[in-house]
Design a protein around this ligand. Sequence first.
Ligand SMILES: NC(=O)c1ccc[n+]([C@@H]2O[C@H](COP(=O)([O-])OP(=O)(O)OC[C@H]3O[C@@H](n4cnc5c(N)ncnc54)[C@H](OP(=O)(O)O)[C@@H]3O)[C@@H](O)[C@H]2O)c1
Length: 235
Amino acid sequence: MKKVLVTGANKGIGFEIAKQLSKKGLHVLLGARDINRGKAAVNEINSDGGKVSFIQLDLKSEESIHRAVEEMKKDHPDLSLLINNAGIGGNMEHGPMETDMRTLREAFEVNFFGTFELTRGLLPLIKENHGTIVNVTMEMASLAILSEGILPNSFAYNTSKTANNALMVGLARELQDSNAQIFAVTPGPTSTDLNDHYPLGKSPAEGAKIIVDYATDLKRHHGQMLMKDDKIMPW
Ligand SMILES: NC(=O)c1ccc[n+]([C@@H]2O[C@H](COP(=O)([O-])OP(=O)(O)OC[C@H]3O[C@@H](n4cnc5c(N)ncnc54)[C@H](OP(=O)(O)O)[C@@H]3O)[C@@H](O)[C@H]2O)c1
């Protein structure tokens, strides 16, 4: 495996993914929208012996996405693993009737449109390098699980992540005759800023490990939506 790009890696699960991949000896490009937060995260990992570089990447900005794609093509054409981790929760307490269009659009901007544009831009490198794309998904994005009526009806978050799952399926079809692969993994409930540090969640390092293990096990998981312990998440 050559180089790895992790989006939204200045904190939370993404930071731990970057740290764990770097511990495995991979050269990680740590994507973050804020330069200071991103560079602080890079320094933290590198001061512990890591090999991580910073790349500015704001998924709400087409300009930032296109700049990052050009930078990757020029300086890191050996990209072979993309982890689409960056995500926002929108207003997690709000169901559809309480959700305004602005919140909904914002969630889609990051969780779907920005992720789409970045992935589309980097797909030629991933294909060329027989690489892997991992989308970080979650249980509430599963229509089957959400229909059970137990998990929160967080409308902006859930719908934008369901769209992200559909993006994975669409790209899986696109890549079906190639040596590259794309799949989605959920870390399960994890205590981070996104959920105001949900007290029953696993630690970001534990959540990240589930993603890192699938991303580096050298197996073909193409088109799958995975939970921990080799379980498949229903659509
Ligand atoms: N926590 C859970 O229970 C859980 C469960 C299943 C799946 N997930 C998924 O795991 C992923 C990481 O979430 P987390 O829990 O680690 O949340 P987090 O701690 O809030 O981290 C989210 C990351 O995304 C970044 N981000 C937000 N907006 C961005 C933008 N416009 N452009 C680029 N990066 C942006 C954040 O950067 P800033 O610091 O600049 O805001 C941060 O680095 C998400 O995709 C989430 O849906 C989480």
